[in-house]
Design a protein around this ligand. Structure first.
Ligand SMILES: O=C(O)c1cccc(C(=O)CC[C@H]2O[C@@H](n3cnc4c(=O)[nH]cnc43)[C@H](O)[C@@H]2O)c1
Length: 204
């Protein structure tokens, strides 16, 4: 199976680089954000074809009862507040009739890999960091969500190209008023890479 692993930054995938080379899986470092990700992935797919794209990274979670460092399979991912304000209401791209703002994982067949907790993803241009915007987020998403800056872009490109795709994301921080000192990036990156390697071994 030809696999492409997509990460925003090299530091998120560094512990797996030699493992991935030994498994003949390709790695793409896109840069942070939806625009950089869409460009880099689309360009890569012009010259190479894959049976599976795996997006990996760290992210923020809303539910403070969940443990930081936990690795999730993101089953769908929405571009947050992609649409128009109408007074106090919000009209999504779907409501406006301009297309979709939610994109989904798509399994290769046959699919058999390790069990992981699942979560919905939100992809943002601005990392949440103040109480008012986080309260607004909680009203729209009362259950837990995983926030990143790239997930929906990877799903979008893969869905458009009809390439199976999954997203593994480890929680590095809670979505809370900015508290960078509390981010557990080392733990999240270690768990993420451990999980990625298990998934790849299970697929081959
Ligand atoms: O220090 C900051 O405030 C900050 C702002 C933007 C990005 C970062 C990164 O560390 C970039 C790496 C990567 O991290 C993902 N990430 C991690 N936590 C979150 C979050 O709570 N909300 C959205 N994205 C998050 C993101 O996918 C970046 O690519 C630091």
């Amino acid at each position: 199976m030809n696999i492409l692993v997509v990460a925003a930054t090299e530091s998120e995938i560094l512990p797996s680089l030699s493992f991935l080379e030994s498994k003949k899986a390709d790695v793409l470092i896109t840069g942070v954000g939806m625009v950089a990700t869409t460009y880099a992935l689309t360009k890569k797919l012009k010259t190479s074809s894959y049976d599976l794209i795996i997006n990996v990274g760290i992210g923020g979670v809303l539910n403070k009862e969940s443990q930081l460092g936990e690795v999730y399979r993101v089953v769908e991912d929405t571009i947050y507040r992609f649409g128009a304000e109408d007074g106090q209401a919000f009209l999504s791209m779907d409501n406006l009739g301009f297309g979709k703002s939610t994109f989904v994982e798509q399994f290769p067949q046959p699919w058999d890999t390790i069990a992981l907790p699942t979560i919905k993803g939100l992809t943002v241009n601005t990392v949440h960091g103040n109480a008012e915007s986080i309260e607004q987020l909680r009203l729209s998403y009362p259950s837990n969500v995983m926030e990143s800056m790239e997930g929906a872009a990877v799903f979008y490109v893969a869905n458009m190209e009809k390439i199976p795709v999954m997203q593994l994301r480890a929680s590095s921080n809670y979505i809370e008023p900015r508290n960078r000192a509390a981010w557990q990036i080392g733990l999240a990156v270690a768990n993420l890479n451990d999980c990625l390697q298990k998934v790849i071994v299970s697929l081959r």
